[in-house]
Design a protein around this ligand. Structure first.
Ligand SMILES: [Ca+2]
Length: 235
């Protein structure tokens, strides 16, 4: 028996030596401490919450995939037992951030949205939203962009066309009789300007735009009635 105990001791010692390396420590208090050997997996821990708190400094949770590998955070809801209960956020080996769900097939994560490393957003069907070329312009790339509702803004301008150099620009606004209206420098030639009263007109006095240039026009109508205008021309 003594010999067996001695042999067992040697065996345990050799296992410890074989796995020994730099020791990392995870601790929330001075004691007790959770001590883990590097490369040791903590499999299936059961916990209700995991919180990183530091009253003095910022906190960081880091996941770093190895060479030619990504990192993924998986999320689940509603017991994870139906298609769509699971989602994931990850970074792939091309350094893009990928948002996936298993809505199409239970347990199979499929990409729903990708945020490229340069900031271009690609949606499930392939449409892209790009604000990286110009800080003043966002490009939505898709065969058809269907807006449900209305595009509305006090300074709305719509540019239509796919010609490489000439596109039609639309500018709108409100004005009054005699007002000198300025466009927002959107026209390369004097546009066509249409003016109408914004209330019912009974005196048949025509409202129109005078002195139209690439930069603006002078509104003509009745002094007491407001006017609406829109202009269309080449950009
Ligand atoms: Ca469920």
């Amino acid at each position: 028996m003594k010999r067996m105990i001695e042999m067992l001791g040697v065996l345990v010692a050799s296992v410890v030596c074989a796995s020994a390396g730099t020791v990392s420590t995870v601790s929330s208090h001075a004691t007790p401490e959770l001590v883990s050997e590097i490369n040791t997996a903590l499999a299936n821990p059961v916990m209700n919450s995991l919180e990183l708190t530091n009253a003095l400094n910022a906190t960081t949770l880091t996941m770093m995939g190895g060479e030619t590998n990504g990192s993924t955070i998986k999320l689940g809801a509603d017991n994870g037992d139906d298609a769509g209960d699971r989602a994931s956020i990850g970074i792939d080996t091309s350094d893009n951030i990928v948002f996936s769900t298993d809505a199409d097939s239970k347990g199979t994560y499929a990409t729903k949205m990708t945020l490229g490393k340069t900031g271009i957003l690609t949606l499930k069907g392939g449409a892209t939203v790009d604000n990286t070329t110009s800080a003043a312009e966002v490009k939505i790339t898709e065969d058809t962009v269907d807006v449900v509702g209305s595009l509305q803004d006090d300074d709305v301008q719509v540019v239509v066309g796919n010609h490489t150099t000439t596109r039609l620009a639309l500018d709108v606004g409100a004005c009054t009789n005699g007002q000198v209206v300025s466009f927002a420098s959107w026209f390369t030639a004097a546009p066509k300007v249409f003016v109408e009263y914004n209330v019912a007109e009974t005196t048949a006095t025509t409202a129109y735009a005078a002195s139209v240039t690439t930069n603006g026009f002078t509104a003509v109508g009745q002094a007491t009635k407001g006017l609406n205008w829109f202009a269309i021309g080449t950009r």
